[in-house]
Design a protein around this ligand. Structure first.
Ligand code: ZN
Length: 242
């Protein structure tokens, strides 16, 4: 099987369509989504519709849950909070129900999907290091777990008692017992590479490849300004700044 794994789309439809076009060239059997379909940018409804159309297996991100009142919006900084509240007003009842019904964790074919971490997925803790990955490995029941949330692609390998972080673009899973793979962000990369990110997993070769895709950033930026959303949400697409 060839899987594409996408996530942290954050209402950036320009980035999502560019990624989907590239995925189609990879002869992918199934698309998996690690959540945060909405938030920050200007086209939440179109992003949800496309994810549903593609029949993706999806888990919830914190922005998805915040939009439907399942995660406290008070935990968000002002610019994210403004976008969450704005997003809730843009969506149809059907789209809101779709977000509300997303599970926190999914498992299929030796793969686990979660947005942030496995220990308490509802808390949306960040996995950035070996230390922060430890309790997720304790919960992991499959060889491979895809996640996101930090918007920075990387893999954390756990072989017997040793763990290490790999910040490369190609991850060979042939000698790996367990691995957590952050697939990066479609709609708002935070690793100083402005291109959209996703992962391609070939289960026969046991290789995961991070793919970067150019898209029309200026169009996405223009839509964020036109919607009256916080300008920092637009500026972040051009140059990542906290
Ligand atoms: Zn996110």
């Amino acid at each position: 099987m060839i899987y594409a794994v996408i996530g942290d789309i954050h209402s950036n439809y320009d980035a999502l369509t560019a990624v989907v076009n590239e995925i189609k060239k990879e002869h992918v059997d199934k698309i998996l989504c690690i959540g945060d379909i909405v938030g920050y940018a200007a086209e939440p409804a179109k992003c949800i519709d496309l994810v549903r159309e593609l029949n993706c297996t999806v888990v919830a991100g914190n922005h998805d849950y915040a939009t439907v009142g399942k995660f406290p919006v008070e935990y968000f900084h002002q610019d994210a909070r403004t976008a969450v509240l704005w997003t809730a007003e843009q969506l149809s009842a059907e789209s809101l129900i779709f977000l509300k019904n997303l599970p926190l964790v999914e498992g299929l074919n030796g793969i686990t999907l979660v947005h942030a971490s496995l220990k308490h997925p509802e808390f949306f803790d960040y996995i950035t290091t070996v230390a922060t990955a430890q309790n997720s490995f304790e919960m992991l029941k499959t060889p491979v777990c895809f996640y996101g949330h930090t918007h920075v692609p990387l893999a954390i390998f756990c072989n017997k008692e040793t763990m290490h972080v790999d910040r490369g673009q190609v991850f060979d899973l042939n000698n790996a017992d367990n691995v957590l793979i952050n697939v990066g962000s479609v709609g708002q990369p935070r690793d100083w590479d402005m291109r959209a990110a996703c992962a391609i997993y070939d289960t026969e070769k046991k290789v995961v490849r991070i793919k970067r895709v150019k898209y029309n950033i200026n169009d996405a930026v223009g839509k964020i300004y036109a919607a009256g959303l916080p300008s920092v949400n637009a500026l972040r697409l051009k140059e990542y700044a906290i």
